[in-house]
Write a protein that binds this ligand. Structure first.
Ligand code: ADP
Length: 727
């Protein structure tokens, strides 16, 4: 076998092999079909060339050349296709033009005898080529060959232009491809063109050797294509890795994927989905099968959501329970997106479903604990719209279960407070903090029927994905308020009884207090009678006597007035009062009694003493009690050393009334004095100090006793001053 035969047959074999390899790789590499076509075309051309080199007759030679044009045409198609697909920068019209001209050449080739290039083949001549003797034709060449050369030129321009444009993209990969591929295509076409011209002009007698430069180009294209092949193999590996890590993440997050293929109404699922929905592997699932895995109550709502997604904007969101046999119930939250074709026909819906059982259980536990709370619970969002209420809250406010949801929380607040609560909300949003019961204030809430009731409210901000929510716990304190009022009534009652008892102690001296003016009045009246009996009567004297009578009568009247005030049974009335006035009034009532017992009372009253808010009668009662106790304590002391000092003072907004005595002093456990029924007196009730302390507490003050340094005891009564100063 000659060198030429070996060479050409090797070339044909290599081309066929490459074609086969590329064809097999066509699924992962889009350039492969073009490389396959080019390889087949070159094998065809090479076979034709070989046949021509060993042609027995001129006719055979002519026919062979004619058939060579067919693979040349397909090679053109392959080059244009490859450049267009792989570069993406070719001007299509140029490629199409080159192909069209070549098509015309092909048609002419088969129309004219013997072929496109030859007008007439005169004979065959043997020449030496690569150490073998091969045939070339002595022929008259046709002008039609120019058209073929033009088509090759067009192909050259097309490839050159596309390479240039690829190069100008600037990135290294584009440049490399432009140089290798573009350069290869251009050199090949240029060589082929030059060779054709040389043969057809008869300048150099040689056989057709188009397949050789074609082979170079094929090598370049094959190299490029296998690079793509390698790249796509690497990409496939990365994709696989990504898919695996996604599956891993999905497994960890307990996410399952399912897809509704709308055309055939089937559902496909990933393995996790099959596990979650209890669907056996390989089983074909329809939408109905899928819905049957859900809790019966959730099937229709889910179907409705699916329909709405397809007909609406394509978004699907649903919460449902999956009841997998022999397994616990799962709560699922699913979100999906419908994909449409260009005519908006729904194709499929891809869905991600997340197992939210734990979250749901927490919700239910929260719900349970809220429902079992003895207090009303209301959860509202930043806008004040109610998101949740418990049964107690519904009952408390007189609403049906669920009726409050979505309503404004303002509905539960009396109208006069609404502005305040509404205004405070944005501020609360900015600086959320928990507020204790009512934030220290008494509040009122409003029932559905408009009636109001006293409440204590604790407010807690709760962070949530929807922003800060406000959780209010409401306690209806009407019952407590009533109990407090009842206790107050009892205390007033008891205070009254104690007062009456205390006053009864004074009755002797009070009688004296009244007797004195009455005796004076009587003496004066008798004196006046005598004066009037004289003639002439001393009217000036009578006038003076009458004026004395009026004065004494007023004194007696005042005593009675004060007694009546103290004996009156009445409700507590908090008004601004002066401690100094209280001292004066109490001393008026007691001074005769004290005097009779040999007790001297002195006062040390502060000027400009601020007023306190209090019930005059009750404060008088306290002082009366303290003064009488003090006098009592001095009884064991010899006459002349029985002193009681009453003083008033003010410090840091607290007004103080102190009663000091020179008596026997206090027992060791001072606090016992304030216990009810503690007494050391034979006639004592033991209620005085206990009542005094509860009255003082109701005034927001304090009553304490302590031993005095110089012997005896001192009692301090402290009450906060009212804001307004004494006039
Ligand atoms: P009562 O006067 O009916 O005994 P109180 O509650 O007013 O009831 O007084 C309780 C007891 O406290 C008195 O019995 C007395 O022992 C003691 N006590 C009250 N004031 C003084 C005082 N100034 N000095 C010493 N002991 C006092």
């Amino acid at each position: 076998m000659s060198t030429v035969q070996i060479l050409w047959q090797t070339m044909i074999g290599a081309c066929l092999m490459l074609a086969a390899i590329q064809w097999l790789a066509r699924s992962s590499n889009k350039a492969a079909p073009w490389v396959t076509l080019l390889a087949l075309s070159i094998a065809g051309i090479a076979a034709g060339e070989l046949a021509a080199m060993y042609a027995p007759t001129p006719e055979y030679f002519g026919r062979t050349v004619r058939w060579i044009h067919l693979p040349i045409y397909t090679a053109f198609v392959a080059i244009v296709g490859f450049v267009d697909w792989s570069f993406g920068t070719g001007r299509r019209w140029l490629g199409t033009l080159a192909l069209s001209v070549r098509m015309v050449c092909l048609a002419m080739n088969f129309w004219f005898y013997p072929n496109l290039n030859h007008e007439k083949i005169l004979g065959l001549r043997e020449i030496h080529f690569l150490g073998s003797s091969v045939k070339v034709a002595d022929a008259v060449f046709s002008q039609r060959t120019r058209l073929a050369e033009a088509s090759t030129l067009l192909l050259l321009v097309f490839a050159f232009d596309a390479s240039l444009r690829l190069w100008s993209k600037g990135d290294p990969d584009s440049k490399r491809r432009a140089l290798l591929m573009g350069g290869g295509v251009v050199i090949f076409i240029a060589t082929a063109l030059l060779q054709g011209v040389l043969i057809h002009t008869g300048t150099v007698p040689m056989p057709y050797l188009i397949s050789l430069p074609f082979c170079l180009l094929l090598a370049a294209m094959g190299y490029e294509s296998s690079r793509d092949l390698k790249r796509s193999a690497a990409m496939a590996a990365t994709l696989r890795e990504n898919a695996e890590s996604m599956q891993l993440a999905a497994n960890t997050a307990r996410i399952a994927f399912w897809q509704w293929n709308i055309a055939d109404n089937s559902i496909s699922m990933d393995p996790r989905g099959r596990q979650l929905y209890g669907v056996p592997a390989q089983a074909i699932v329809t939408l109905d099968d899928f819905l049957a895995t859900l809790h019966p109550d959730d099937r229709e709502p889910t179907r409705r959501e699916l329909d709405a997604a397809v007909k609406g904007d394509g978004s699907f969101h649903a919460n449902y329970r999956v009841v997998v046999p022999a397994e616990a119930r799962h709560w699922i939250e699913a979100r999906g997106k419908v994909e449409y074709d260009p005519h908006h026909k729904p194709l499929r819906m891809r869905t991600v479903s997340i197992d939210v059982t734990e979250r749901q259980m927490m919700h239910e536990r929260f719900r349970l604990s809220v429902d079992s709370s003895p207090n009303g619970v209301v959860l509202a969002n930043a806008e004040g719209s109610i998101l949740l209420t418990n049964q107690r809250a519904d009952e408390m406010f007189g609403f049906a279960p669920g009726e409050l949801l979505g309503q404004s929380a303002d509905l539960l607040v009396p109208e006069r407070h609404r502005r305040a609560s509404g205004n405070s909300r944005p501020g609360f949003q900015k600086a959320p903090r928990a507020l204790g019961m009512s934030g220290g204030r008494e509040r009122f809430a409003r029932r559905k029927d408009g009636s109001e009731f006293p409440v204590e409210i604790s407010i807690t901000p709760v962070e949530s994905p929807e922003g800060i929510l406000i959780l209010s716990v409401i306690v209806d304190i009407s019952a407590r308020r009533e109990a407090e009022a009842e206790a107050r009534r009892h205390r007033d009652e008891l205070a009254h009884v104690t007062r009456v008892t205390t006053l009864s102690e004074l009755s002797g001296s009070l009688a004296h207090e009244l007797n004195q003016p009455l005796a004076i009045i009587l003496a004066n009246a008798q004196a006046a009678q005598r004066m009037l009996a004289q003639s002439p009567p001393d009217l000036v004297e009578v006038k003076e006597i009458l004026s004395d009578i009026v004065d004494e009568d007023r004194r007696a009247g005042e005593v009675i007035q004060r007694l009546r005030a103290l004996l009156k049974r009445g409700e507590t009335q908090m008004l601004p009062v002066s401690f100094n006035d209280i001292v004066t009034q109490v001393l008026h009532l007691t001074h005769t009694d004290l005097l009779g017992r040999g007790v001297t009372v002195s006062t040390d009253l502060a000027d400009d003493l601020p007023l306190v808010s209090g019930d005059r009668v009750q404060l008088q009662q306290i002082l009366l009690n303290l003064v009488l106790n003090a006098a009592e304590a001095t009884m064991e002391k010899p006459g002349g050393s029985r002193h009681v000092v009453i003083s008033t003072s003010e410090k840091d907004g607290i007004v103080r009334l102190a009663v000091r005595d020179s008596g026997i002093g206090l027992p060791e456990d001072i606090e016992r004095l304030f216990e009810p029924f503690y007494t050391t007196k034979a006639q004592g009730l033991g209620m005085g100090l206990a009542i005094c302390r509860s009255i003082v507490a109701a005034h927001g003050g304090r009553l304490r006793a302590e031993p005095h340094a110089e012997g005896g005891a001192v009692f301090h009564l402290d009450i906060p001053a009212t804001v307004q100063e004494q006039a």
